[in-house]
Design a protein around this ligand. Structure first.
Ligand code: HEC
Length: 108
């Protein structure tokens, strides 16, 4: 166990999460997984490491005119400066909605 690498640990955790999902996880769990996969690098804990003024907490989103999942998906398809663009090939509409719903219910 002492020699296990970080990469292996991440792999094991991901594999376990996948198993949990396969064993009957809900859409919300999938939204969380997708968020971790695509958004976490910049928006860990609902923040924003590149532009700290543009977090994805509810109040900040509201100030940006974003109040529902559609608004969040719109940002993914056509992001502002510094954010990766996620088109339908990278994140299909169904998954984009799950991510958006996860964000809305998770970050204040
Ligand atoms: C490479 C870093 C990066 C990644 C990855 C990233 N974002 Fe962003 N995000 C940003 C930056 C930078 C901004 C601010 C852009 C601007 O100035 O309008 C932003 C802004 C946003 C906003 C608007 C926030 C506001 O207060 O106006 C939303 C919503 C958002 N991101 C959602 C997402 C989602 C969902 C994902 C994953 C699918 C994601 N982001 C992945 C960097 C990132």
């Amino acid at each position: 166990m002492k020699t296990i690498s970080g990469t292996l640990t991440v792999f094991a955790v991901t594999a376990l999460a996948g198993l949990a999902f396969a064993a009957g996880g809900k859409d919300s769990k999938k939204g969380e997984d997708l968020f971790r996969q695509h958004c976490m690098a910049c928006h860990a804990d609902g923040g924003n490491i590149i532009n700290p003024a543009k977090t994805i907490g509810k109040e900040t989103l509201k100030a940006s005119g974003i109040s529902d999942w559609k608004g969040i998906v719109k940002v993914m398809r056509n992001p502002g400066p510094g954010m990766t663009k996620f088109d339908v090939k990278a994140v299909p509409d169904k998954d984009a909605k799950l991510i958006a719903e996860y964000i809305l219910k998770t970050f204040k």
